[in-house]
Design a protein around this ligand. Sequence first.
Ligand code: ATP
Length: 208
Amino acid sequence: MQRLAIFGGTFDPIHWGHLLVAETALSQVHLEQVIWVPSRNPPHKQAALFEHRVVMLQLATKNNPAFTISLIDRERSGKSYAINTLIDLSACYPNTHWYWIIGLDAFQTLPRWYRGHELAQMCDWLIAPRLLGGETIAQSELICKQVEQQVRKQSHTINWQLLHTPLVKVSSSIIRELCYQNHSIIDLVPESVRLYIATHNLYSHNPE
Ligand code: ATP
């Protein structure tokens, strides 16, 4: 059985935090591939054009042969629900043990996702510690255990492990805000992504 991980997100834009998390997942659980799945129509966010987000993903991931981008979400109408992504990808990749890469902030909300309890037991969860309010790694573990309890209350099981990444403060919203204010994002995204954002005037008051 091959071991594949889905890394879903808005990636608006992709940044070094995402890349570090994906690289760590690859080596920590010996994955064959990380499949990046940009959501076309995220249930909880407004985002830049799907096509721009995809090009930035391509630029940032092209040097790692273990990274694949799936545009499975583009074909679907309506909101982008994670459970549909997993079901559709399972049909494309038979004989697969599935993992899902996720930041602690998003994992915390899993019990409230559309069919979240069901999704919880359909794959193993690889959780990247993330600063929500000054947590230490030990506190991250506690938060994960709380999510596990909520899922178990609904008679579902969940397998999860924390990724051994340092806490990285960067987020897409910080990057967008810096761009709006004409500040540099030089150390926060790969250079190719930075140039793409500048060329297309993304995250300015007059985007292309
Ligand atoms: P935004 O700031 O717009 O909310 P984001 O930086 O959280 O965006 P997303 O594309 O929404 O980026 O994130 C995709 C996944 O990556 C989510 O599970 C999120 O928790 C995780 N993630 C993003 N940045 C980090 C980071 N610095 N450390 C750990 N996980 C992260």
